[in-house]
Design a protein. Structure first.
Length: 304
């Protein structure tokens, strides 16, 4: 294996200075790490996190070959790992273990995330298992489906509570639809102020029906390296089946693409509706992403 070195920093600006060109070389796959680092470099969120670091992996010649971060605002605070050589992934797991960081979940791109999770489990005497397997899609040529009654508009500051409720409902409904037990965190960890900031940034849209009642939400991130990530996409159960999600995502995607931005989004591999919806409006799969839970071996005696 090629020798690698690992650098950890708590400063998002320093991380972006070191890893920015590497992230920009594949901005769709690096979207999560890039958008989080850029948001925190702007001073938005992440001030009181129990874990706040970014990692840069370099090869023997000093070239950046991988990146990761641990900035999740929800327990168990999973690291997010981008593609990197196997030796770098092993070094990351061993470094965190040596630092005394308890890692109970690892998210990120395959196969690097799996290597980190499995080495973490080995060091802790446990096992790594998949909680959720996702697909990352990028927009090609957008296809606009027929529009249902109503219109798409940006959410307003006065709708922050509704937006937060639908962000949280998206997570619980996704686990329910996939037949999974929910894990803590996700949108529930977002504060009202953080969601209000997203609304004020103009990256949260609502579809309202012909009576002006909101029936669907589509949100995005701010762009990083020319890429905007769409999500969450949520329609309450009582309003499903009318094509709101398909049309809203297509309209938002067309708007972003018209401004010269690349669009991407994640789907749950266990959700056949989402995996059929997005290709129909022009998205194509580009990567596999996974959430791995690290825990004790089944049946093993636990410390009292």
């Amino acid at each position: 294996m090629v020798p690698t070195t690992l650098e950890l920093t708590e400063d998002p600006a320093a991380f972006l200075a070191a890893a920015g060109p590497h992230l920009a070389a594949d901005p769709v796959v690096s979207t999560v790490v890039a958008t989080v680092a850029e948001r925190m470099a702007r001073g938005i969120g992440g001030r009181d996190l129990p874990f706040r670091w970014w990692a840069v992996a370099r090869d023997a010649e000093g070239v950046v070959v991988g990146a990761a971060m641990r900035t999740a605002p929800f327990a168990p605070y999973p690291p997010f790992v981008l593609a990197m050589p196997e030796e770098a992934a092993l070094a990351l797991a061993r470094t965190l273990h040596a630092r005394g960081e308890v890692v109970e979940q690892v998210n990120g791109t395959l196969p690097a995330a799996r290597v980190v999770a499995e080495e973490t489990a080995r060091l802790a005497g446990g096992v790594a298992r998949v909680h959720e397997h996702q697909r990352l899609f990028e927009l090609g040529e957008v296809v606009l489906p027929p529009a249902p009654p109503g219109r798409l508009r940006r959410a307003e500051a006065g709708e922050t509570d509704l937006v937060r409720a639908w962000f949280v409902a998206f997570d619980s409904d996704a686990d329910e639809q996939a037949g999974r037990a929910p894990v803590p965190g996700g949108a529930a960890a977002l504060t009202r102020e953080e969601l209000r900031a997203r609304i004020e940034d103009g990256v949260v849209w609502l579809w309202e029906d012909e009576d002006g009642v909101p029936v669907h939400l589509t949100a995005t991130t701010l762009p990083a390296h020319g890429v905007t990530r769409i999500g969450p996409v949520y329609t309450p159960k009582e309003h499903r089946g009318h094509g709101y999600a398909r049309r809203a995502v297509a309209e938002v995607s067309a708007d972003l693409q018209g401004r010269g931005e690349r669009c991407c989004l994640f789907t749950d591999r266990a959700n056949p509706v989402a995996n059929a919806l997005y290709p129909a409006i022009g998205y194509r799969q580009v990567a596999e992403v996974v959430e791995l839970v690290v825990g004790p071996v089944a049946g093993a005696a636990q410390p009292r």
